[in-house]
Design a protein around this ligand. Structure first.
Ligand code: BES
Ligand code: MN
Ligand code: ZN
Length: 480
């Protein structure tokens, strides 16, 4: 999808989209069209609600112009983003190739959010669909926005980051595994000036990453840790670490998962995908902040070499872990990534993202990601960024009483607690690896990475959740 900005409305647009606030009358928008637009709005019960659309054809020369009224709600930026998404949803496979959206007089940020909605809603993945009927193929190739493009480049960067995150989450697990995840991400960020570190199994063994490697040992695929460092801030500005769970497929290991729905576990790398997408966005828009993104990449498989329930592994921190359930693998991957980034890069704050627990979906469904933090200010900053971007978060408690539940009789801790509070005990596990003085937040995004129905700015499938909230958090909190 190509997005262009223009200063003037072209005279002959085949499709013209016009934003309307909730309750506003669609007047003065097209010459001599007031009565027609008002009638069309009424007939379609269109009231300008964000994301709603009314459609009408008006005479144009010998033919007709297709006019879309796009509701933007109260006119907040988020409403414009929804409206952009609604435009694409309506037109993507409609036969129209070009559309013009007249946003003259709209503030630059709202126009940019609109453009972002247009572009983000157009993302799809048809590479393996060799028999897609012509009528289901996208036709919309270009949207011209009449308006101010001053804020577009920043939103365009985020849109690129989202596309990368969605692609990674969508690719099938025979194609996307730790090594190929690294290749894909490095190709996507090539030339942007990110400092790259790739840890292979030799390095991880030497570093003592026993928890991460234990998860990987039942797989034919080799584990990797990928780190991308963006130094766009002052040399003495603090470093923020983003850490992502990248389990490229989670069978559960020896504690194997039931067959039904197991294919979903190809997107068990959604946390790492969000980190990759956020780093792409930050480097593309040259964010004035110092940020390192760390992705822990493994495949969790059962074979003759796989780790067993009851095994005790030694993490990079030196702390020992009794592996009660090999399906609680995400925390085993993340703990070594957290230790590594603290030891080697000394970040002042860490935000980790992971599709960590099914219990999170029981708690919050698919509307909010769970937030856990040892720092109230960091938690509030993330909640605020979440609200602003639509990547919504809800905070859960941490407490010593939950921490006790993962004490082990044979090792320093076990990797699962009792049945209750499964998302919280998972967070407590991670907290044991966070150094004193480091502000840390954990986002359990198990319910957010994949959608089984269309959203405002995504088609059903990978959402790219996490990219927008991370980008915004960095903009608000880490940039000078
Ligand atoms: N990747 C899963 C969590 C998950 C489940 C994410 C469904 C998205 C959708 C994670 O590795 C896992 O298996 N967690 C276990 C933990 C349990 C064994 C304590 C779970 O939630 O069942
Ligand atoms: Mn698992
Ligand atoms: Zn998992």
């Amino acid at each position: 999808m190509q997005i262009a900005f223009a200063a003037q409305r072209p005279a002959d647009a085949a499709v013209l989209a016009l934003p309307i606030r909730q309750g506003a009358a669609p007047t003065g928008l097209i010459e001599g069209g007031d009565a027609l637009l008002a009638a069309a709005a009424t007939a379609q019960r269109f009231a300008g609600e964000a994301g709603s659309v009314a459609e009408v054809y008006v005479p144009q020369g010998e033919g007709a112009q297709r006019v879309l009224l796009l509701g933007v709600g109260d006119g907040a930026d988020a409403g414009f983003e929804r409206a952009g998404g609604a435009l694409t949803a309506r037109l993507l496979t409609s036969g129209a190739a070009d559309a013009v959206a007249d946003l003259s007089g709209v503030a630059p940020l709202a126009a940019a959010r609109f453009a972002a909605g247009v572009a983000q809603r157009a993302w799809r993945f048809d590479e393996y669909r060799t028999k897609l009927p012509e009528t289901q193929k996208p036709t919309l190739a270009r949207v011209t926005i009449v308006g101010d493009d001053a804020d577009w480049s920043g939103r365009e960067a985020v849109t690129k980051g989202l596309a990368l995150a969605r692609l990674l989450a969508t690719l099938p697990p025979n194609i996307l595994y730790p090594e190929s995840f690294v290749e894909r991400v490095l190709a996507a960020v090539d030339g942007l000036g990110l400092e790259v570190t790739v840890l292979g199994e030799r390095e991880l063994t030497d570093l003592g990453a026993g928890a991460l490697l234990g998860v990987s040992q039942g797989s034919r695929r080799e584990a990797r840790v990928l780190a991308l460092k963006w130094l766009g801030g002052a040399a003495d500005a603090p470093l923020t670490a983003l850490v992502g769970k990248g389990v490229t497929f989670d069978t559960g290991g020896i504690s194997i998962k039931p067959a039904a729905g197991m294919e979903d576990m190809k997107w068990d790398m959604g946390g790492a995908a969000a980190v990759a997408g956020a780093m792409l966005s930050l480097a593309t828009r040259k964010a004035k902040a110092n940020v390192i993104g760390v992705m822990g990449l493994v495949e969790n498989m059962p074979d003759g070499n796989a780790q067993r329930p009851g095994d005790v592994v030694t993490s990079m921190s030196g702390q020992t872990i009794e592996v009660i359930n090999t399906d609680a693998e995400g925390r085993l991957v993340l703990c070594d990534c957290i230790t590594w980034v603290q030891n080697t890069h000394k970040p002042v704050r860490i935000v980790d993202l992971a599709t960590l627990t099914g219990a999170m979906i029981v708690s919050l469904g698919n509307e909010y990601g769970g937030l856990f933090s040892n720092d109230d200010a960091l938690a509030d900053q993330l909640l605020t960024a979440g609200r602003a971007t639509g990547d919504k978060l809800w905070r859960f408690p941490l407490a010593d009483a939950y921490d006790k539940l993962i004490d082990s009789p044979i090792a320093d801790m076990k990797n699962v607690g009792p049945r209750g509070a499964g998302s919280i005990t998972a967070a407590q596990f991670l907290k044991r690896f966070v150094d004193d003085g480091v502000a840390w937040a954990h986002l359990d995004i198990a319910g957010m990475v994949w959608a089984d129905k269309d959203g405002a700015t995504w088609a059903k499938g990978a959402t790219g959740y996490g990219v927008r909230v991370l980008d915004r958090f960095v903009a608000d909190v880490c940039e000078q």
